[in-house]
Structure formats: C-alpha cells, structure tokens
Design a protein around this ligand. Structure first.
Ligand SMILES: [Zn+2]
Length: 349
C-alpha cells in the first residue's frame, strides 16, 4: 500500500524572478491547482518549517548562506555578481533567502518522512535545483536541494540512487559528490540529458567521473529515449539495489520547451515516470526545470496522479511502443552511447 506525501509552502507564490526570466513560478502554481482539481487518490499534504542557517550550511558554504540572509534583510548589502547573484541567469530577487530555506526545509522533511514514517513517495515540485554550486548560484539555482535530500538519506544509512531526467546535466549534484567516498558505494548518480555540446552546462559527457551520464542528441524523440532509459535505468537499479530513489523529474525535455532540443511528448515523459514508479523502493520526487508552463504543470500533475494510481500511461493518446523514429541521427547517437555504457560503465557497478 502506497503512502504518498505532497510538500508545498504557499510562501513560494510570492517570489518573482526578473520578468524576462524563463523560470516562472506559475508552473508550480498551475501544477498544484491541477493536483487539487483532478487527483482522486489519497495523499497527505504537509506544510513545513524552513531550514535554519545552520541546516543550510551542511553543504553550502556558511559565508554564501549568510550572504543570502543579509541581502534579503537589507538590500543595501547586495553586491551585483557576488556569489553568482545578479547575473542574467541568477537575478537578485527579494525573497532570495526565504525561498532557499524553504527548499532545504522541504527535502529534509522528505527524507525524514521516507525513513521515519515509511512514506513510499514524497513529492516536492519546487525543488530539483540541481545546478547550484557549493558557494555560488548557477543555472537558475541558488541552493541545491537534491544534494541535501541525498545527504540526509546517506546519514540515515540508506543506499541512494539519484536519477535525473531534466534536459540539463545535474552538474551541481555531480560536483557535490565527485570526491565523496560514498559515491559509487552508497550513492549512484544517473543522468539523462541533452549533450553538453548543445546545451548548458556543457558537461555530463559519457565516461565523466562522478556520475553515469547518458547524453542525448538534439531531436531525440520518445522511442529513442524510452528504449534507452528502460535498458540503462533497469540495469543500474538491478545492479546497485538502492534503498531509496531520489528522482529529479525536470519537464524541459518536452518538444514544446523553449530551452532544450529534446522532443518528448507528454506520453513519452510519463513513460519515463512510469518506469521509475515501477521500482519497488521509496522515492523522493523533485521538480526541476520546465520552461513551458502548460507542459510542465500537465507533466508534473500527471506524474503525481500516475503514482497515486489515478491514471495509467495508456490513458494518454499516441503510442510510443510503435517504432517511430523521427531523428535517425539521434537514434544512432544514443546507440553509440549505450554501447559505451554497456561495455565500460554498467558492468562496473
Ligand atoms: Zn533543465
């Protein structure tokens, strides 16, 4: 029997990046509205306390966290471009510390609910901010909540599989554990993303140390994505045998997305979710990227309802089981990546 939790804090609705910025808070608001309107299954909603400065300094440098606090309390302390804040990607905004403390508070509770209360699935859609670095903001991310979720689960003695399906490579998470002796032993990082030759952050190549990477060619569609995901994720799960999965389910792999060049349909995206959902271990689900508000809120609320048991992938039109490759180049590229992983990486797990 599943025990599902949804974490949310309405304070997040107050923040706003600069108006030009592609990351819109509306995608979260619409996701929560859709969940409220359409979900039929049983789940528990949790409000939660923001993390303290001391909690927030577990991974990020205390000086960086203190700076976020100071510039929220007193705008005159803000220095453009210090700690990566004030750039086009990472603008200063008024609730910069409050939102950051909410994200870390949420994932700490998520790990506690999984371990102490035996929740099977805990969702936090505003999280999944997988680019933030130890001491600076990067790639629209100010604090790296997936790192905190992983650290807390490791502290509880759990074996963690982090799987990231955002269109962008999870460089912040990979960096955090690059030299950590628990990486590859108690933690495995698996990322499917558009190749760094074509998309930010220009990393995540196959064979890079610290994470198992599956770079995808622009134009990758449902068929190519799904057959490779099933093979690689299945193999990684089978060999590593995690206690918990932390899934970052960024919805910017959609063909409607304005930033990436991956061409998943809603059905393709949900097939990936279905594969993760089928693994019988507890899971923390984090949002991540998604720059088409409609697709992102549809994708995330449908992912939630799929886990809840309200819908199945077959309810969604179009059939990806039929071999229908729109980009031969992307298919062949993925085949090469799979062969490399199969030969040099997967067998080492
Ligand atoms: Zn992304």
């Amino acid at each position: 029997m599943k025990k599902i939790a949804l974490l949310y804090n309405k304070e997040l609705e107050k923040y706003k990046y600069a108006s030009y910025h592609p990351l819109k808070r509306e995608r979260i608001i619409y996701t929560m509205q859709r969940i409220k309107k359409y979900s039929k299954g049983v789940y528990d909603s949790f409000a939660f306390s923001p993390a303290t400065i001391s909690d927030m300094s577990l991974y990020h440098d205390i000086d960086y966290i203190q700076y976020l606090y100071d510039i929220e309390k007193d705008e005159t302390k803000y220095v453009p471009k210090k700690y990566g804040i004030g750039t086009t990607d990472n603008p200063y905004f008024k609730e910069i510390f409050t939102t950051s403390s909410i994200h870390i508070g949420a994932v700490n509770l998520a790990a506690d609910l999984i371990v102490r209360e035996n929740y099977s699935d805990v969702f936090y859609f505003p999280g999944g901010l997988h680019h933030a670095k130890k001491n600076y903001a990067w790639g629209f991310c100010y604090v790296n909540d997936p790192v905190y979720a992983i650290l807390r689960l490791l502290k509880y003695g759990k074996r963690v599989l982090y799987v990231d399906i955002d269109a962008h490579f999870c460089d912040g998470v990979a960096d955090a554990f690059k030299s950590d002796l628990r990486n590859k032993k108690d933690l495995l990082i698996l990322s499917f993303h558009e190749s760094g030759d074509f998309l930010f952050p220009a990393e995540g190549y196959v064979g890079e140390k610290g994470s198992i990477n599956f770079p995808l060619y622009p134009g990758t569609d449902d068929y190519t994505y799904i057959i490779n995901f099933i093979k690689v994720f299945g193999e990684v799960f089978y060999r590593f045998k995690p206690d918990v999965i932390v899934a970052q389910i960024g919805a910017d792999t959609s063909k409607l997305d304005i930033l990436s060049h991956i061409n998943l349909s809603l059905k393709g995206y949900l097939n990936v979710i279905k594969n993760i959902n089928e693994k019988k271990v507890n899971k923390i689900w984090l949002g991540g990227g998604g720059y088409n508000n409609k697709f992102t809120s549809c994708g995330w609320s449908s992912a939630f309802r799929l886990v809840l048991g309200d819908i199945t992938v077959n309810n969604i039109k179009t059939n990806i089981n039929i071999k229908n490759i729109k980009s031969e180049k992307a298919f062949n590229y993925a085949e090469g990546i799979y062969k490399f992983l199969e030969k040099y990486i997967l067998s080492q797990i």
